[in-house]
Design a protein around this ligand. Structure first.
Ligand code: ZN
Length: 122
């Protein structure tokens, strides 16, 4: 992979990591942590429950993305960064630039029909 592209992706991943950490941290400050969300308080109104559900969902998404971003940061140190996990072919540069944490090429992602994770159900 072109060294400049590689550097850019690395920087992009670092920025993303920082933003996600800040975002996850803000949940703690607003008192919305997974612990408080999961506490089973019957007195909560339905709206509160809904809001908490949404917050928890966002929190889950952000933490999962952070895992992916950190994973990608580790992979940037390996030779196969930018290669598809499934077919081992190169992942298109524009796809990597848009989402440096992806592990599959667009063909494989399309072929292996995308299954939403439990935390992605609305
Ligand atoms: Zn592939």
């Amino acid at each position: 992979m072109n060294e400049n592209v590689y550097q850019d992706l690395y920087k992009q991943l670092r920025t993303e990591e920082k933003e996600l950490l800040g975002y996850l941290h803000s949940f703690g400050e607003s008192g919305v942590s997974p612990r408080s969300i999961m506490s089973d308080d019957i007195a909560n109104s339905a709206q509160d429950t809904l809001n908490q559900h949404i917050s928890f969902d966002l929190y889950e998404r952000a933490s999962n993305k952070l895992v992916q971003v950190r994973d990608a940061l580790v992979r940037t140190k390996q030779d196969d960064f930018g290669n598809c996990d499934i077919c081992n072919g190169p992942i298109a540069a524009d796809r990597l630039e848009a989402m440096p944490w992806v592990t599959t090429c667009i063909e494989c992602q399309t072929k292996h029909a995308y299954t939403p994770m439990p935390w992605e159900y609305v």
